[in-house]
Write a protein that binds this ligand. Structure first.
Ligand code: NAG
Ligand code: NAG
Ligand code: NAG
Ligand code: NAG
Length: 352
């Protein structure tokens, strides 16, 4: 049972996105026969596929402005243009929009008119990757489920931006300019359904404070994080995937129980400053500790208890039961002790 759940979570993770129920419904509820020929007003800059009347394709066209969006459109593709502004006007009739892709444009916060986004009451997905944003756009529609802001210059999150986004499941802020001072006490308050938070490649020196309670995937690679506060994981009891590769975490920066948190299944701590294997829980499956400064490995921290190592039967095993372990790029000198070799043979995959 537990294995099945782990597997399902793993698959979710592998696909890299949280494909939410409402979007599935959005596709299934899309019946072309509901549309009459009159509805096929197509902006001349764009392509309107006859067999997909709810979609409007305006990508890769060198557009500088957003054309008037017909009211029948659910899916709007505007990526890879030269758009600098999001005015209210072109969207005034586009009340059905579920999905907007504005990746790879030149949008700034000054260019976004106040009500342009918040008037889209059914919007679920908003893609604004690779633009020129310096803050998270606000206000956003309350219906939003995914907000993709990777590779902008975001350093500010206006007060209350997320406070009404109760359906947001994914927030991607990777490769921006966030410093620790971007977060207020209540920045993440209200994100009741947030599952994935990606803040990799920013300039954080501390773990972001007061994360939403349902966070399952927390990605903080490529920051300058030195440690994790005591009891940090208590407020995120569902966290299963934790990526902290390429930070500055040392032994001294770890809380007293280390990563002995039963919800964590996948823990990535590559390219940090650890000299010892940290404490982990018996539920952890994947552990990345490569490229640290580990000199020797305490077998009892990463292996099932020794008594079970000598028996052939599938007897009761306690202690860690990793299926994947990376230890390469450390300072472990051969010969590797016998008990450690025996343990490594039991694990499905070890890279040393
Ligand atoms: C919205 O619909 C009205 C009525 O059909 C029309 O006059 C107006 O031009 C439309 N606006 C846009 C931006 O298409
Ligand atoms: C959030 O999602 C639920 C379930 O799909 C829906 O009923 C509700 O209206 C949504 N909330 C908002 C603010 O759109
Ligand atoms: C972090 O930086 C390393 C080294 O520059 C790079 O290989 C890796 O892809 C980066 N990861 C993320 C998630 O930004
Ligand atoms: C190895 O880890 C166990 C469990 O935390 C601890 O009791 C033991 O003292 C450690 N051994 C060494 C040599 O550090």
């Amino acid at each position: 049972m537990a294995t099945t759940i782990c597997f399902v979570i793993w698959v979710l993770f592998i696909t890299g996105s949280v494909w939410t129920q409402s979007v599935r419904q959005a596709y299934e509820g899309n019946d072309p026969e509901d549309w009459s020929a009159d509805d096929f007003d197509c902006p001349m800059e764009c392509f309107c596929p006859p067999n997909f009347p709810t979609a409007l394709y305006c990508e890769n066209r060198g557009l500088k402005e957003i054309p008037a969006i017909p009211s029948r459109i659910w899916y709007l593709y505007l990526e890879n243009n030269l758009i600098e502004t999001i005015p209210e006007k072109p969207f005034e009739n586009a009340t059905q929009l579920r999905w907007i892709n504005l990746n790879k444009n030149k949008i700034t916060n000054y260019g976004i008119e106040k009500g342009a986004l918040s008037q889209l009451k059914k919007l679920l997905f908003l893609f604004l990757e690779d633009n020129e944003l310096e803050e998270v756009p606000s206000p956003l529609p309350r219906s939003l489920e995914q907000l993709q802001l990777a590779r902008n210059k975001v350093s500010r999150i206006p007060q209350g931006t997320f406070s009404n986004l109760e359906n947001l499941t994914l927030l991607d802020l990777q490769h921006n300019k966030l410093l620790d001072n971007a977060f207020q006490r209540d920045t993440f308050k209200g994100l009741k359904n947030l599952m994935q938070l990606n803040m990799a490649k920013n300039a954080l020196r501390n773990m972001p404070p007061r994360l939403p309670a349902n966070t399952m995937q927390l990605f903080l690679d490529n920051n300058s994080i030195e440690g994790i506060p005591e009891n940090y994981f208590n407020v995120i009891p569902k966290v299963a995937f934790l990526r902290l590769n390429h930070n500055k975490i040392s032994d001294a920066g770890l809380p007293s129980r280390g990563f002995d948190v039963s919800s964590i299944l996948d823990l990535q701590l590559s390219h940090n400053r650890l000299t010892k294997v940290p404490r982990i829980s018996a539920h952890l499956q994947h552990l990345h500790l490569d490229h640290n400064k580990i000199k020797s490995v305490n077998v009892s921290l990463i292996c099932p208890t020794t008594s079970t190592l000598h028996t052939e039967q599938d007897s009761f095993i306690h202690g860690p039961q990793l299926s994947y372990l990376r230890l390469d790029g450390n300072e472990i000198k051969p010969p590797i002790p016998m008990d450690l070799m025996t343990c490594f043979r039991l694990l499905q995959a070890v890279i040393i």
